[in-house]
Design a protein around this ligand. Sequence first.
Ligand SMILES: *Cc1c(COP(=O)(O)O)cnc(C)c1O
Length: 451
Amino acid sequence: MNDNLHQLRCFGCGSRIAGAEAQPDFRCTQCGELFEVEYPGWVQRRGPDRPNPAALKWLWRERRCSSETLDQSGVWRYRELLPILNSFGNAVTLREGNTPLYHLPRTAKALGVDQIFAKHQGMNPTASFKDTGMTAALSVARERGFEWVACASTGNTSAAMAAYAARAGLRSLVLIPEGKIAWGKLSQAMDYGAVTCQLKTDFDGCLAVLTEVVRSAPIYLLNSVNPYRLEGQKTPAFEIAEAFDWNVPDHIIVPGGNLGNSSALGKGFRELHELGLVARMPRISVVQAAGANPPVRSFAASNGASLEALEAHTRATAIRIGNPASWRKAARVIQDTHGWCIDVTEAEIAIAKAELGAEGLGCEPASAVTLAGLKKLRAKNLISSSDTVVLVLTGHTLKDADYTIDFHRGTLLTQEEAAGHEKEITALRRNAVVVDAAPAAVLAAMKDMSI
Ligand SMILES: *Cc1c(COP(=O)(O)O)cnc(C)c1O
């Protein structure tokens, strides 16, 4: 493997540079846009570097039985499609990926759709999909000899970065918005030994400060502006395609915050298609919280051609982002795959989360926007009863236990937010009741609470 296998292409002006030539903030010096990793060897149809689809499918399946560390990673198992390291010996892995794909029969029945699945990325080592990107980008940091890595984060990026940095023996710096992240996530960054600074600003403000910091010190930036993050985050597309025996589902629904994940999944499916591993692309739709929806507005105003930043508000802290870095990449994915970009209210998010919980699949509020969005698309008849739909659940329910408890206690939503949804909420709420320490009292409580 050598560095010539990949290069970086600017998503704005199309200029190309070698991987090691990127600026510390990963912005193009010509036009300020982000870069995308590109593999020139794949472009020539019969080039020697072009992967062979049948051989790859066989190899990736074989690796599932392997006891080699890299083969046990659901990211590096597909390493032929992410040749970003000079030596794969530099890969830092916690056996990420290989996450479960769950069937959701009750949701499917309720919505009148044949097949609904949840790809649970919360089942990664630090309990969010960020691990798949972090294993890739942190490995690059290690290979390039950095001692410090850093990110601005709404929580999950910092948890993932801190864990992988600790595994690699690197130091990590985390900038988070004061008071606006879930405690479970902050505790992870501390547990894994990150230097954690809470700044009196929002996520977008933290990223602006960090961009200045990495320009003045040799620190490797691990936000999703780093194109190698997206290379790792594209691999769930491979896992989904493989799970469906390389017949892609009709529709994939992802939450949208900074829009790195939707961009990466789109890139993953596009590469599978271009390399002849799958016959078509799935439709990819992005769902946002109504208080943090610049891309939704952008599609409404200019069909995704320009974007206006705003101050974001939502209890789904992982998607509380007002100036999404990867919006151009995500807009292309939505347009190319004929997906939709929609938003859902706080009440719709809370209800969808409780419904997923009631099917035995806990997730973060930010992940539940996918089901809320599916319900909305189905109500508008934009998804047909014969479609196969995959919801990408991005984070684990224990990341934000306060949110869940507040919902079931009835203290999460304001009256205005809950208006029109009271019946659904009452049917889903399972508050913990205090009863006497006596069997009769417990039996009475069971009777009271069975609806
Ligand atoms: C980061 C994150 C998101 C948003 O992903 P983007 O790539 O920023 O769009 C959604 N859900 C969870 C749980 C996250 O951690």
